[in-house]
Write a protein that binds this ligand. Structure first.
Ligand code: C2E
Ligand code: MG
Ligand code: MG
Ligand code: MG
Length: 282
């Protein structure tokens, strides 16, 4: 009997793997056309200054509006794009869409905020990146200080010399640089000191625990102090409750991004929020 069961399990299991591979291949073949078919979207999530209560930046977050499967999140899209090399054209499209959108908000007379764009390791290694960004800023007429690049900690700590060179060039252009998901990878502090960065972004996993977990409180406080001591800004990501926001305020975190304030939204909704923001005192 056990043997039969094992056999069934095997069949079931191999079916599942087969279906999974099929599904992934289908998604990949669709992804090749997603750009041309206008199926990619950028959602935007505001980042709020804890001192003034105003929006200081907006993060661009990729989505794929699949005709049959609905809205597909970046956790699915990005790995597929990395595997197929589509990350470069898709990343370039996100950068352009985000910069154009920000310029358009500025032209409407709304507050000037930074647009923060995630850059993957593959994009960062692309030797054309710097030229792409320079060209893009020229074309869109967005001032470099209103473009922010979010790099993950792993990009920042590997291949240190190359990274420092690229970051120095980006700084020279005037682009704002943040280290995303900070605290999730092993960072060498001696290297961190060499990087010309503007901001640390504390990963959501620590923010999740700051109400109640003393260790998460200690970690968040330490990252805030580290940023202050390095003379750079610090933002917390993924704050969902007033208690979390209060903790961050009390501990002098500069900026917060999270569902407590706003979920990622479409551009038209952000426009409304930015309009409201004009009326916010501070
Ligand atoms: P990330 O850069 O760390 O972005 C923050 C993620 O946390 C977003 O998920 C956002 O929706 C989510 N988030 C923000 N506040 C809260 C909150 O209060 N509660 C909860 N539960 N979640 C919150 P999203 O949009 O699914 O993006 C996931 C990741 O995909 C991003 O993490 C980023 O690493 C990557 N990604 C997104 N867009 C792009 C892109 O255009 N290019 C690249 N290379 N990666 C991207
Ligand atoms: Mg990010
Ligand atoms: Mg992050
Ligand atoms: Mg994250």
């Amino acid at each position: 009997k056990a043997k039969d069961k094992g056999k069934n399990n095997y069949v079931l299991c191999s079916n599942t793997i087969y279906e999974e591979v099929e599904f992934k291949n289908k998604l990949i073949s669709h992804l090749y056309h997603a750009l041309d078919n206008n199926e990619l979207r950028v959602y935007y999530q505001p980042q709020i200054s804890l001192e003034t209560g105003k929006i200081v930046a907006v993060e661009a977050l990729l989505r794929w509006q699949h005709p049959e499967l609905g809205l597909i999140p970046p956790k699915v899209i990005i790995p597929l794009a990395e595997q197929t090399g589509l990350i470069n054209p898709i990343g370039e499209w996100v950068l352009k869409t985000a910069c154009l959108q920000n310029k358009s908000w500025q032209d409407m007379g709304l507050a000037h905020v930074r647009i923060a764009v995630n850059v993957s390791a593959t994009q960062f290694r692309n030797p054309l990146l710097i030229n792409q960004i320079q060209k893009l800023l020229k074309e869109t007429e967005l001032k470099p200080k209103y473009l922010e690049l979010e790099l993950t900690e792993s990009i920042a700590i590997n291949r240190a010399n190359y990274v420092i060179r690229v970051l120095n060039r980006l700084k020279k252009i005037g682009v704002y640089i943040s280290i995303d998901d900070f605290g999730t990878e092993y960072s060498s502090l001696s290297r961190l000191k060499l990087l010309p960065i503007d901001q640390l972004k504390i990963d959501k996993q620590f923010i999740d625990g700051i109400v109640g977990d003393e260790k998460d409180q200690a970690i968040v406080n330490t990252i805030i102090q580290l940023a202050k001591n390095l003379g750079i800004a610090v933002i917390a990501e993924g704050a969902e409750t007033i208690e979390q926001v209060n903790f961050l305020k009390e501990n002098r975190c500069d900026t917060v991004q999270g569902f407590y304030y706003h979920k990622p939204m479409q551009a038209v909704e952000v426009e409304q929020v930015l309009r409201q923001n004009l009326k916010t005192p501070g």
